[in-house]
Design a protein around this ligand. Structure first.
Ligand code: LIP
Length: 252
């Protein structure tokens, strides 16, 4: 099943790479600086069509108005067709397709694909995580020895003060900060030891569902900022780390 999901996601990546005249298809969504393009919809429709063939009984939850049919379906795909839509619109070349398959409220498969770098992150529950077939294992790097990624929750400007105050605190404790604009890639970068910690105050399940399994299968930690387990049905805050940097974070 994982190989089939990976191949559907890779093929959907071509829609992003071949996109043109993007500016003529931008629409605003609820919240500030929140946009959708015809390509977000096209990728979501492609994923829905092809994943439905693979898994006819599965339900779907997708960023672009793809609501679950029932809350208690055994299997549900959680999809973000273009994570980092603002980056995509501005040709920043740092966006990803994120697909998770949830089974009885647990993520069983997670795939995050950055077509610009041809980087395919994936994991199966209990079977480890990989980046382009190379196994991923987090290093127990201390907070002071790495860079911190963070998200600014731009659609919810009321989160800005607490976001930048925590960012400043971590800037003083770590080597430096990074803000890339794609939560799914940020959490995968944590699994690939490119970060020592990542946080964001407000994310939707489609931003973190797939990447959360990739990080935990690589030996990392992912919780809400209130130290609760992630909930794949409602928006929440996220902190992602390795076991050592997570303890440093709690102390801080
Ligand atoms: C985005 C995330 C980003 C976050 C934005 C938004 P989208 O996802 O990747 O980290 O800051 O608020 O959630 O909307 O581009 O799929």
């Amino acid at each position: 099943m994982l190989e089939q999901i990976k191949s559907v996601v890779r093929d959907a990546g071509l829609i992003i790479l071949q996109a043109h005249n993007i500016e003529s298809s931008i629409e605003s969504k609820q919240g500030s600086a929140n946009f959708v393009t015809k390509y977000d919809i096209e990728v979501q429709n492609y994923l829905y069509q092809h994943l439905s063939i693979l898994f006819p009984n599965a339900d779907f939850l997708g960023e672009e108005d793809l609501q679950r049919k029932t809350v208690d379906s055994e299997y549900c795909f959680i999809i973000d067709p273009i994570d980092g839509t603002t980056n995509f619109i501005l040709n920043y070349k740092h966006s990803a397709i994120s697909v998770a398959l949830m089974h009885n409220n647990e993520i069983e498969f997670g795939v995050v694909y950055n077509p610009y770098l041809n980087e395919l992150f994936y994991a199966e529950k209990g079977k480890g995580a990989h980046l382009n077939d190379k196994p991923l294992k987090v290093h127990n790097l201390a907070l002071k020895d790495g860079i911190v990624g963070f998200g600014t929750s731009p659609y919810y400007p009321e989160k800005a003060d607490e976001t930048f105050s925590l960012a400043k605190k971590l800037f003083d404790l770590a080597l430096d900060l990074r803000r890339t604009g794609s939560a799914a890639l940020d959490i995968c970068y944590m699994a690939a030891n490119r970060y020592v910690l990542y946080f964001e105050f407000y994310l939707s399940p489609w931003d973190f569902a797939a990447a959360s399994l990739i990080l935990t299968e690589a030996g990392g930690v992912i919780k809400t900022l209130e130290q609760n387990e992630l909930n794949y049905m409602t928006p929440c805050s996220v902190v992602a780390a390795n076991p050592v940097s997570y303890q440093d974070f709690l102390k801080a």
